[in-house]
Write a protein that binds this ligand. Structure first.
Ligand code: CTP
Ligand code: MG
Length: 180
């Protein structure tokens, strides 16, 4: 029973891991031109802000997809997905979704007048996961069935905890100015 639970949790974390990598790598490799090129929305504030760079986005998608490439060389299946090509596609969609969700989050934060770098639980911790999962489920609807409500709830809580921990770590390593 405990073994089964552990293997299910391991599968879930393995599955979502490319999205975490995609979301983390920009902190280290980001920089240069911003996705919004400095443009402003009708409210006079930035579309997204200085924290969303093209290099960060591309580096994140590439790094997350590379995780899928590693999976594709292994026999281990990820929530029942065993074909090498599908593992890579899934990792790409999770990574692209994570960073698209991250951009959407910044857009929402700017509209709510939340400053760049200022924490906002809903968008910072959850939107990237939600968009990543939606793209993955659109590609492989059976994954939504396999993960279910319980699995999704676990991923939300796990992601929240992991996000807190890694931001604290990134701050400690002086990669981020603030510990969130
Ligand atoms: N980053 C990047 N490109 C991205 C996403 C993130 O270069 N597409 C880098 C930036 O240096 C950013 C850091 O990663 O400051 C942390 O990302 P995040 O916390 O998502 O952005 P914030 O700076 O907090 O900005 P926002 O308030 O818009 O979320
Ligand atoms: Mg932030």
């Amino acid at each position: 029973m405990a073994d089964l639970l552990f293997s299910q949790i391991a599968q879930l974390v393995l599955f979502v891991f490319p999205a975490y990598v995609a979301n983390s790598v920009p902190v280290v490799l980001g920089g240069g031109a911003t996705v919004d090129f400095g443009t402003r929305f009708v409210d006079g504030r930035r579309f997204l802000g200085e924290g969303k760079t093209i290099r960060g986005f591309v580096a994140g998608v590439v790094a997350g997809t590379l995780v899928g490439l590693v999976y594709s060389t292994s026999k281990v299946d990820v929530l029942g997905v065993s074909e090498p090509g599908a593992k890579i596609t899934l990792a790409f969609l999770l990574s692209f979704g994570a960073l698209a969700g991250d951009l959407l989050g910044s857009f929402v934060k700017r509209r709510l007048e939340i400053s760049e770098g200022e924490p906002f639980f809903v968008t910072d911790q959850l939107l990237f996961l939600v968009v990543a999962l939606l793209l993955a489920f659109a590609y492989r609807p059976e994954l939504a069935m396999r993960i279910g409500l319980l699995g999704t709830a676990f991923l939300v809580l796990f992601t929240f905890a992991a996000h807190l921990f890694f931001n604290w770590l990134a701050h400690g390593l002086k990669l981020k100015k603030v510990p969130w």
